[in-house]
Write a protein that binds this ligand. Sequence first.
Ligand SMILES: [Zn+2]
Length: 206
Amino acid sequence: MNEIIKNPPPHNFSKWKNANRRISINYKDIPDIIKCELKESIITEQNYVCCYCGVEVSIENSHIEHHKPKDRFPKMELAYENLLVSCNSKSHCGHKKANWYVENETVSPLAKDCNLKFKYTEDGQIIASNDKDSCTTNTIMNLGLNIAKLNAIRSKIIEGIMYLIEQEENISLEDLIDEYSKPNADGKLYSYNQVIIGVLKDNYNL
Ligand SMILES: [Zn+2]
C-alpha cells in the first residue's frame, strides 16, 4: 500500500457540485465527462497503481472506490478525499472490500506512512508489521490482500529482486529502494513497488 497524497479536486467536479448544491445529488449523478476527469485526477495522484494491492492500473481496468462506503457514509459520497482508484479484481481490493469499513480498524492509503504497517514474507504473504496490530490484520483480511493469487505474484517478485542482488555485486540497495519509491518519467510507479521496498528494508536492515 502506497501513501496517497490528495491534490485539490478537479475544477469541473467542484464546479458541478457547487452548481447542484441546492438539490440532492449522488455519485451516480456525476456526468460521464466529469467522472472521466475525476478518475484521471485520482489515478494520477496514485501514480497508476491500485490504492490497495499496488498493481499497475489504467483508466480502463480500474474503478473509483469509496474508501468509506457510500451506502454507509452518504456525506462522503462526493467527498474528493474519500475517492480512490482500485483494481477490478473480484477477489481482492475494492470489490472484495465492498461495504466493509470500521473506524480505527481500517488502514487508509491516505494515512501517513501506511506502507510501514505491512511487511512481506519470503513466500509472498503480506502480514502486519506488528502482530498485535489488529487494524492492519483486519484490513488485510477484509481486502483479501493475502490470497494465494497475490501471494504467488509477490513471491515471484521477491525471488526476482533477490536474484538480481545476488547477480550484481555492486548494486546499491539504497539506489534500488529509491528507484522503486519514485514514479518514472510517465508518472507511474512499478507494480507492487512496496513489496520490493519492504523486503529490501527488512532483509538488509535499511
Ligand atoms: Zn488492487
